[in-house]
Design a protein around this ligand. Structure first.
Ligand SMILES: CC(=O)SCCNC(=O)CCNC(=O)[C@H](O)C(C)(C)COP(=O)(O)OP(=O)(O)OC[C@H]1O[C@@H](n2cnc3c(N)ncnc32)[C@H](O)[C@@H]1OP(=O)(O)O
Ligand SMILES: O=C([O-])CC(=O)C(=O)O
Length: 374
């Protein structure tokens, strides 16, 4: 059924399948993973607990979590052939393209020969994605072949450690847990739907994830966190932010990090990452980016009833942790790979090839004219 208020374009409001993984905006604003509220998960859980939940349908107990984390730690070493490929990608490349190539190359080296192997490939991607992007980044930007085999307890700490050559503070590790939890899963968003369409052809897991990375890259989806950063860093103070936004709205420009295809009043992830951004701003000694971001939020709501989505305050939060802007969306990949792959398994378990129809708008049937008469 097409939701008339939302309109049919972009399949908006149309049910395109079933999922047990996640609800988005069912009570107008909420988000749950396997029935657990995102706010509760982000407050009390580690990202690895959520990754396990999405992979197995239940939260791990202490023993299961310890085993899972130990397994992931052992999978952090990059194969030499993948390092060789990463070293050939220029510094000017976009890190999302590096992720896409890295995932695809991994699929050549460690191909999923049978769907029964899915879990082992999923764990490998989860363990290896931080290494893929940071190895390339440090090699192409700093000339350093970074050691990816760290003993960090979590994926977030592992990423920051490789990036900064030192273990992160407990605050930064905690923020990474929260951020990765918030980004992990979101029902039939564009990148997940890409993965499911690919899975529905009975393709391999690396193809599904490679395609999903390409969909996430765009500024209307995951790329919005980078675009938001590029916007707020031009603003010197809240008043300037207000003037800039009013001008953009007047010119009918899109403001990245605002609005959502499903939520109507708020994105429940925003309040959580906003709070962490405020804490990080205090630690960083920032008196500009956080205040500018808050003013943007006020102006957009006042003028257009548009609210910050998950991406907007992620921009300042990541910036305060010393993460280069172009690595923002790859962090989304490191997290969302859990949701994508859970959907791939769900699709495979009850599959029919996804093949919708189109309303034809082209010319009426006509004969092919001889080439000399065209
Ligand atoms: C983690 C994520 O992927 S969250 C999404 C990240 N993406 C962004 O932040 C990009 C900016 N936002 C957008 O482009 C959109 O809000 C989307 C892509 C997220 C959702 O798109 P839609 O479902 O088509 O939006 P929706 O139907 O609510 O749009 C309603 C109106 O608000 C406008 N609008 C929506 N978002 C914005 C925005 N960020 N800035 C300015 N205007 C906007 C639309 O242009 C539309 O106007 P119109 O009716 O005159 O054409
Ligand atoms: O659901 C969507 O359309 C986009 C989104 O917020 C996400 O993928 O996290």
């Amino acid at each position: 059924m097409v939701d008339k208020a939302l309109g049919g374009a972009g399949l908006r409001g149309q049910v395109a399948g079933q999922t047990a993984l996640c609800t988005v905006g069912q009570s107008g604003s909420g988000l749950t993973y396997y029935g657990y509220d995102i706010s509760e998960l982000a407050a009390v859980a580690e990202f690895e607990e959520v990754a396990y939940l999405l992979a197995h349908g239940e939260l791990p107990n202490a023993g299961q979590l310890a085993e899972y984390k130990a397994r992931l730690k052992q999978l952090r070493k990059l194969p030499q052939a993948l390092k060789d490929v990463l070293e050939r990608i220029p510094a000017s490349a976009h890190p999302m393209d590096v992720m896409r190539t890295g995932c695809s190359m991994l699929g050549n080296l460690e191909t999923e020969a049978d769907f029964s192997e899915a879990d082992q490939h999923i764990e490998r991607m989860l363990a290896l994605f931080p290494a893929i992007v940071v190895y390339w980044y440090r090699f192409s930007h700093d000339g350093v072949r970074v050691e990816t085999d760290t003993d960090d307890d979590s994926i977030g700490a592992h990423f920051l450690h490789m990036l900064h050559d030192k273990k992160p503070s407990p605050l930064h590790e905690k923020v990474m847990h929260a951020s990765l939890i918030l980004y992990a899963e979101h029902e039939f968003n564009a990148s997940t739907f890409t993965a499911r369409v690919c899975a529905s052809t009975l393709s391999d897991i690396h193809s599904c994830v490679t395609g999903a990375i390409g969909s996430l890259r765009g500024p209307l989806h995951g790329g919005a966190n980078e675009a938001a950063m590029e916007l707020i860093e031009t603003m010197q103070n809240p008043d300037e932010a207000e003037q800039t936004l009013l001008g953009m709205l007047e010119r009918k420009e899109k403001i990245m990090g605002f609005g959502h295809a499903v939520y109507r009043e708020k994105d429940p992830r925003n309040a959580i990452i906003k709070e962490w951004s405020e804490k990080l701003a205090a630690e960083f000694g920032d008196s500009r980016l956080y205040d500018v971001s808050v003013r943007c939020e006020e102006v957009m709501w006042r003028e257009k009833k548009l609210f910050c989505n998950a991406d907007f305050f992620h921009a300042s939060a990541y910036h305060f942790m010393g993460i280069p802007t172009k690595l923002f969306t790859p962090i989304f990949v490191m997290s969302r790979v859990t949701g994508w792959t859970a959907h791939v398994k769900e699709q495979r378990a009850n599959n029919r090839i996804i093949r919708p129809s189109a309303d034809y708008t082209g010319p009426a049937p006509r004969p092919v004219p001889p080439i000399a008469e065209r």
